[in-house]
Design a protein around this ligand. Structure first.
Ligand code: BJW
Ligand code: ZN
Length: 242
């Protein structure tokens, strides 16, 4: 289908939908200058995931892991939401049922004003105590290493879901409910490689949703979705909302 026809089709679907769900990944924040994970300039080109983003890595050397998070927090602190983040805030207001599922930990959807939001991989601006489980917002730059819990003195860790860790049950339940009840699912800027989010497209499709992918490149989701739009999120997402 021609690009103009695809955009018309998506606009028509959005105009008649009562429920819309959106899944975002690092590509939406790439247009704000936040590095993605995979690809030519991705974080995993210079850092090994298993050395930094696993519970085993943190158990081995929490200070090394915290230094990496301090570097990322300092970088993300200089970034702001872009037109794609703001377009999703606008979208949230238009539908009876709307849910935004993001894999991003940068907090930019919240900063833009999104409220109906699950941050399924956590948030880089939150810390969790490894002893008592308390979760707090923490925006210190840099965070004192190793950071300790104000309540019990235990070691704090980033409130982020690392490889091999389970996602929060509440986030998963809300996500599956939103995927099962939407007429349109937009999948924006994710490589579609990391589970369970990698399985969200087929879940929504099986429940009857019209599934749209927006990405610079083809991904494993491209085979599953109804239509695929190649381009930068900051240009394409606002285009869908006349
Ligand atoms: C643009 C653009 C622009 C760029 N415009 N587009 C089933 C099968 C196989 C493996 C597994 C499985 N189930 C679980 C696993 C293991 C694992 C997994 O999926 N591994 C795969 C790599 C194979 N999953 C897990 O471990 C998950 N846990 C789990 O399933 O637990 C089960 C369990 C149950 C009970 C008990 C215990 C366990 C947890 C996954 C957590 C992922 N965490 C990370 C890390 C964080 C570190 C941090 O951020 O601090 O989250 S990994 C990393 O990848 C990060 C991201 O959220 C995630 C997804 O990446 P994303 O967003 O897709 O980014 P990229 O870089 O990959 O892609 C960017 C895309 O944007 C590209 O396509 C570009 O083209 C595009 N793009 N610029 C438009 N301007
Ligand atoms: Zn504690």
């Amino acid at each position: 289908m021609q690009r103009e026809r695809i955009i018309r089709e998506i606009r028509t679907r959005l105009a008649t939908a009562r429920g819309v769900t959106v899944l975002t990944g690092a590509g939406i924040s790439a247009d704000s200058g936040v590095p993605t994970f995979r690809g030519a300039d991705g974080l995993w080109r210079n850092f090994r995931a298993e050395d930094l983003a696993t519970p085993e890595a943190f158990a081995r050397d929490p200070c090394v892991v915290w230094e990496w998070y301090n570097w990322r927090r300092e970088l993300i602190a200089t970034k702001s939401p872009n037109p794609a983040h703001y377009a999703l805030v606008d979208l949230e207001k238009r539908f009876e049922r709307f849910w935004l599922i993001t894999q991003n930990v940068d907090g930019l959807h919240g900063a833009a004003g999104s409220q109906k939001l699950s941050e399924i991989h956590g948030n880089i601006w939150k810390v969790r105590c490894t002893r008592c489980g308390r979760v707090d917002e923490n925006r210190e730059l840099p965070i004192a290493i190793p950071p300790s819990c104000a309540a019990c003195g235990g070691l704090l860790r980033p409130h982020i879901v690392w490889f091999g860790e389970a996602l929060a049950t509440e986030d998963l339940n809300r996500s599956y409910e939103a995927l099962g009840r939407c007429e349109v699912l937009l999948i924006i800027g994710t490589s579609g490689i990391v589970y369970p989010a990698a399985s969200f497209a087929p879940v929504a499709k099986a429940a009857g949703a019209f599934v749209v992918e927006i990405n610079l490149d083809a991904t494993p989701n491209t085979q599953v979705v109804d239509v695929s739009l190649q381009g930068r999120t900051k240009d394409v997402v606002p285009e869908l909302l006349p």
